[in-house]
Write a protein that binds this ligand. Sequence first.
Ligand SMILES: Cc1cc2nc3c(=O)[nH]c(=O)nc-3n(C[C@H](O)[C@H](O)[C@H](O)COP(=O)(O)OP(=O)(O)OC[C@H]3O[C@@H](n4cnc5c(N)ncnc54)[C@H](O)[C@@H]3O)c2cc1C
Length: 468
Amino acid sequence: MNNKSIWNYDINYNKSNNIKNEVLDILIIGGGITGINIAYQFRNSNKKIALIDKSLIASGITKNTTAKLSYLQPDIIKIDKNKRDEYVKSQIDAVKLFKKIITDNNIECDFKETYSILFTQNNNNINKIKTIANILKNNKINVKRVKNNKILYGIKCLDNYVFNPLKYIDSIIKLIEDKIDIYENVLAKNIKYNNNIYNVDTSSGVIKCKRVILACHYPFFIYPLFFPLKTYIKREYVNAFNIDKNKDYNVINIDKELISIRYYNNYLIYGSNSHKLTSKINYQKNYQKSYEDTKKYFNKIPDYTWMNQDIVPNDYLPFIGRIKDNLYISTAYNAWGMTNSIIGSKIIYDVVNNKYNKYIKLFNPNRNNIKLYLNSFINSFSYIKVYFESLFKKNNPKYIKIKNIYYGIYKDSNNKIHKIRLICPHMKCNLVFNNQEKTWDCPCHGSRFDLDGNIINGPSKTNLKKDE
Ligand SMILES: Cc1cc2nc3c(=O)[nH]c(=O)nc-3n(C[C@H](O)[C@H](O)[C@H](O)COP(=O)(O)OP(=O)(O)OC[C@H]3O[C@@H](n4cnc5c(N)ncnc54)[C@H](O)[C@@H]3O)c2cc1C
């Protein structure tokens, strides 16, 4: 079994981390689908622009996506009633924009029209699906009932798409790299604003620029957004296995136990076992469950098994736009980052250029509403629970306490000892061992570290301490 995603072929752009000494007009931080889409929007703007990534391009959340562009998003029902229509319109515009980029540039990324199905096996959820169908119909999307004796109730709609995200990014890089400087292995650590210039402190020195766009998934600072208070992290497990024939639809359900299916070449990609990061912290067990489910439901042994996590805003709307001064962000897509990153790139482009964009208010990253904070109050109980739960979890690696500090000690297959301090530098949560991928994961905000404490995923911007 392969612990990598199905897209995870080794593209190496060999970008340097030797930053040019100049004042930039725009610095984009993050080279996932968000950063790459934003860079594409600005490609002809005759500005000095650079994009940095702390590791390699497309090595973050994007490499583990399932890459469906779909209107049938179950959480539409959780968005405030008076904002649902506008959100759906933004997704329709996103799909149009995506299609235009693909056709204008003849991008080869296995982009394919499919129809999407949204279904339930639970009587209580039928009305939710009917409500979603009505919202989509109001927005002129052709929605039909699906009649199939394997499901209780379902709808389907056309004009949905699937593609290979890494092939897409590869093509965009080729279109932009002679206009925008791209650097890999450059970690942004801090941002200071002085006399209309940002000084971004990075692992390759200070970068000076007039505007900063955060495309780094989880922001690496807490103030001014207070992001951890308004969002939580959702994790999902994905398995892919060989089938005889590719099909031309994808499927998602609205029930508690996620079922998500799409096809790619001769593979079926099955997403399941979605959970809040603060619950089900025995990550090994979660992997096993989705692996076993694949065997049970499809009678197949997965060729690829992987996991991924995304940021869910407490009011289910992404954070896109100007934070303050000349600092911008696009993130928190609730596992719909293909559409939302493309609409995000257009919003950021318009805001930077003082142009009108009808979605600025909807996704305003500084918005305040009761839902954002009420859910955060509820979530705070799960943070407290997971804090203590992780303290007492003593599975495979050994945990020791020296002078009130917990250390994790892991002996690898070559008998090499890896010892790290078990506190996440971001907000001091206790780390949990992920035995499947041999990583230390923060169950609160999703930072991940390798056995030696090097960051794999933010928001932490520093490695773990090893010894005192
Ligand atoms: C299981 C799963 C399935 C999904 N399937 C779909 C789907 O079918 N359709 C859909 O629309 N969406 C889907 N999503 C959501 C989608 O994959 C994500 O929303 C999207 O990939 C996020 O992209 P990003 O560019 O914002 O983040 P990333 O891809 O993580 O990119 C951020 C980049 O920033 C870099 N970075 C981070 N911090 C720093 C720093 N301090 N300095 C420099 N660089 C930094 C990272 O190295 C990374 O490369 C899915 C999500 C999950 C969890």
